[in-house]
Design a binder for this molecule. Structure first.
Ligand code: NAD
Ligand code: ZN
Length: 249
């Protein structure tokens, strides 16, 4: 079997070209080329913190100022980051496809900035503030000067709108993601270690429903052996090449 890069790119482009419905699942790897460390690359630490110290409801209850300091540092970093060619290629693929859904585990908002619209953010969005008490949510675009932002509705503590360890996913998100996985003819799985559930099971769900599953990741993952095709390349190289091949077909 020819599993060279150009051959695989051409094969995925052909599948996408003929598909009425496409689903994409992305993880931290799709943002790596934007300068955002993946969980794995950081040795399982986020900026030197153990996740359970900063990314749990218990941590927030214990020390909301420390948790906000951590998230404000992440927001400040993100303000320096731009979408990369993979984010832009996915936004273009959406415009070219009748039925397209992008499911992401990322909280960085770069897919939205790049122009993706039909987006399911399984783990929330770091650019949302949500009230700990009354659940009021609002989009923000800069780092708050307050140590703990106050809710404009009830005066309670605002928290970042991300899903923390031990919390459930946003209502409807997993159902919508499963529906997209079940109806797609092609699913691209890009830059995820495929180890976090239930996100990891979506590819299996798509495969069982008859979709072609394509993994784009320079490293092998638990999904690699069951994917229909693997492109062992960086997302920022593979995605624009796929788009170009579709446009030429
Ligand atoms: P992960 O860190 O566990 O795995 C990242 C994967 O991306 C790895 O398999 C790696 O080989 C691959 N990768 C690295 N560079 C790549 C590139 N240029 N192109 C394609 N693939 C590349 O990430 P995960 O599977 O998303 O799970 C980690 C959890 O951490 C998620 O729940 C996510 O919410 C969170 N997280 C989010 C961000 C973000 O929003 N950008 C960053 C770090 C962690
Ligand atoms: Zn409130």
């Amino acid at each position: 079997m020819d599993d060279s890069f150009p051959h695989n790119i051409a094969q995925v482009a052909e599948w996408l070209h003929h598909a009425d419905s496409v689903a994409v699942m992305t993880g931290a790897g799709v943002s790596a080329e934007s300068g955002i460390a993946t969980f794995r690359d950081a040795g399982g630490l986020w900026e030197g913190h153990r996740p359970e110290d900063v990314a749990t409801p218990q941590a927030f209850q214990r020390d909301p100022t420390m948790v906000w300091r951590f998230y404000n540092a992440r927001r400040s970093q993100l303000l320096q980051c731009q979408p990369n060619p993979a984010h832009y290629a996915l936004a273009q693929l959406e415009r070219d496809c009748a039925n397209f859904c992008l499911i992401t585990q990322n909280v960085d908002g770069l897919h939205r900035t790049a122009g993706s619209r039909n987006l399911i953010e399984l783990h929330g969005d770091i650019w949302i503030d949500r009230c700990w008490d009354c659940n009021h949510a609002q989009r923000v675009d800069k780092v708050s000067a307050e140590p703990i932002p106050a809710c404009p509705k009830c005066g309670g503590m605002m928290r970042p709108g991300v899903v923390w360890f031990g919390e459930t996913l946003p209502p409807g998100a997993i159902n919508d993601a499963q529906a997209a996985a079940a109806r797609c003819e092609v699913m691209l799985v890009i830059g995820t270690s495929s180890m976090v559930q239930p996100a990891a099971s979506l590819a299996m769900f798509a495969a069982q429903a008859g979709a072609k599953v394509v993994e784009i990741n320079p490293q092998a993952t638990p999904l690699t052996h069951s994917a229909d095709l693997v492109i062992a390349e960086k997302a920022g190289t593979a995605m624009p090449a796929i788009l170009e091949a579709i446009e030429e077909s």
